[in-house]
Design a protein around this ligand. Structure first.
Ligand SMILES: Cc1ncc(COP(=O)(O)O)c(C=O)c1O
Length: 374
C-alpha cells in the first residue's frame, strides 16, 4: 500500500526535536519557527511533558467516556484557572475541526436554528460543518456545500448586524486571529458589535481559537485583548503540544443533556495527561509572557526591512507579508538557513514558533532574514 498523497511535502524528515529545534535524519539542525503548524506550545520533547505522558501510559492510556476519568476534571479546573473562563464547562474532543463541529452543533441545538454566519477568508477545518464555514470553495465537495452558511466580510459591522437581525442564525463563528488567511485580526469594534448583536438577536458567539489560542498571542485567547466574552470557544493545536486533543468551553447558561455531544477518543487519559502538563509548564515557565515579549522583539526587529510590505499579528502569531520578488524567501529560509516557518499564499510568511522560543533564537531568525534580504 502507498500513501494517499494529499500533502505537498518538503523533502525533509525531522526525526528529533528539543525545545525550539528539530534535527533531520542526517543530523542537520533546524530552528523551528513553525511549531509543526502552531501545535508545539511548550517545546519539543519537554522533559516534564515526556514524564507526564510516559507515566500515564504506564498506568492506563485509554478507557472510555462511559466511566469516570478524574484527569478530565483536573484538566477542566486547570484550564478554567488559566484561561479566565473559570465558570464555563469543558467538552473534550480530538482536533480543531471537531471542536468547531461540536461548537456549531451545540449552538444549533440551543437556539433551534440551522444557519451559521462566518467571515470571508475564514478557515475552520475540513470536516463537513467546519469546511462549510471555511471560505474556500476549492476544499468543499458538493456534499459539504449547504444553504445553512452565509459569509460576511471580516470587520463589516453593518453586514453582521443586518444578517443577525433576521434571527435565522444559531451562531456567528470568528477566528481569534485569522491564520490560514494570512494573519488578519478582527477589530475590537467588530467583536464588540458581534457580542452586542448576538445578545440582541439570540445568536451564540463562537470564537475559534484553534490556532490563535493557548497563550500564543500573549493572551490565553486572542479575543480577550478586546474585552469581550464568547459563548463558546474552540481550541486544539497548542493544547496537547502534539498529542491530538481539542475542546470547547461552553457558557454555563447552556445546559448539557446526556448524549447531545459525544466521542470515543476525546478526553482520553493520555490526551488529558499531555494537556495537563502543557498547562503546568506554561504556568511554571511563564510562556504566555514569553510569547508576548519575544513576539514584540520580532515585530520591532522586522519593521523597516526592505522586503517587508506589511507586518501583522501579535505575540508569536506573526504574518510577514513580503513584497513582490521575495516569493522564494520562505524556501530559502528553510534550505539555506535551516529555519522552518509557515506560509499563507505565496507572499505571507507565518511565524508560529513554540512559545518557549528564546530572544536569542528570535535574533538568529532576524539575522538570517536580514542576510537573505540584504
Ligand atoms: C482557526 C482554525 N480552526 C480550525 C482548524 C482545524 O484544526 P484541525 O486541523 O486540528 O482539525 C485550524 C487548522 O489549521 C485552524 O487554523
Amino acid at each position: 500500500m502507498e500513501l494517499f498523497k494529499t500533502y505537498k511535502l518538503w523533502p525533509i524528515e525531522p526525526v528529533k526535536g528539543l525545545g525550539c529545534k528539530v534535527w533531520d535524519s542526517s543530523s542537520t539542525e533546524y530552528l523551528d519557527l513553525y511549531g509543526g503548524h502552531a501545535v508545539i506550545s511548550v517545546g519539543h520533547c519537554h522533559p516534564k511533558y515526556l514524564e507526564a505522558l510516559g507515566s500515564q501510559a504506564a498506568k492506563i492510556g485509554f478507557y472510555s467516556n462511559a466511566v469516570e476519568n478524574s484527569l478530565q476534571v483536573t484538566l477542566a479546573h486547570k484550564l478554567g484557572e488559566a484561561c479566565g473562563y473559570a465558570d464555563y464547562n469543558l467538552f473534550l474532543c480530538n482536533s480543531g475541526a471537531e471542536a468547531n463541529e461540536n461548537a456549531m452543533k451545540l449552538a444549533s441545538f440551543v437556539t433551534g436554528r440551522a444557519k451559521i454566519l462566518a467571515c470571508s477568508k475564514a478557515f475552520h477545518g475540513r470536516t463537513s460543518g467546519a469546511v462549510a464555514v471555511t471560505d474556500n470553495p476549492k476544499i468543499q465537495s458538493p456534499f459539504n456545500k449547504t444553504g445553512n452558511v452565509e459569509f460576511i466580510p471580516l470587520n463589516d459591522v453593518a453586514a453582521l448586524e443586518s444578517k443577525l437581525a433576521t434571527k435565522e442564525f444559531a451562531a456567528v463563528i470568528i477566528e481569534g486571529i485569522q491564520g490560514v488567511a494570512g494573519i488578519w485580526e478582527p477589530t475590537a469594534d467588530f467583536l464588540k458589535a458581534a457580542r452586542t448583536s448576538c445578545d440582541k438577536y439570540g445568536t451564540l458567539l463562537i470564537m475559534d481559537e484553534v490556532q490563535s489560542g493557548y497563550g500564543r498571542t500573549g493572551y490565553f485567547y486572542a479575543h480577550q485583548k478586546h474585552g469581550i466574552k464568547a459563548d463558546i470557544v474552540s481550541m486544539a493545536k497548542g493544547m496537547g503540544n502534539g498529542f491530538p486533543i481539542g475542546g470547547i468551553i461552553i457558557n454555563p447558561s447552556i445546559a448539557a443533556t446526556y448524549g447531545m455531544l459525544g466521542t470515543t477518543f476525546g478526553g482520553n487519559h493520555l490526551a488529558c495527561a499531555a494537556a495537563i502538563s502543557v498547562l503546568d509548564i506554561m504556568k511554571d515557565e511563564k510562556l504566555m509572557q514569553n510569547a508576548a515579549a519575544v513576539g514584540e522583539f520580532l515585530m520591532q526587529n522586522l519593521q523597516g526591512n526592505k522586503a517587508v510590505k506589511q507586518l501583522r499579528g501579535r505575540g508569536l502569531m506573526i504574518g510577514i507579508e513580503v513584497k513582490e520578488g521575495y516569493e522564494t524567501l520562505r524556501d530559502r529560509l528553510l534550505f539555506e538557513k535551516h529555519i522552518f516557518t509557515g506560509g499563507a499564499g505565496v507572499n505571507v510568511i507565518r511565524l508560529l514558533p513554540p512559545l518557549c522560543i528564546s530572544r536569542d533564537q528570535a535574533a538568529q531568525f532576524i539575522q538570517s532574514f536580514n542576510e537573505l534580504t540584504a
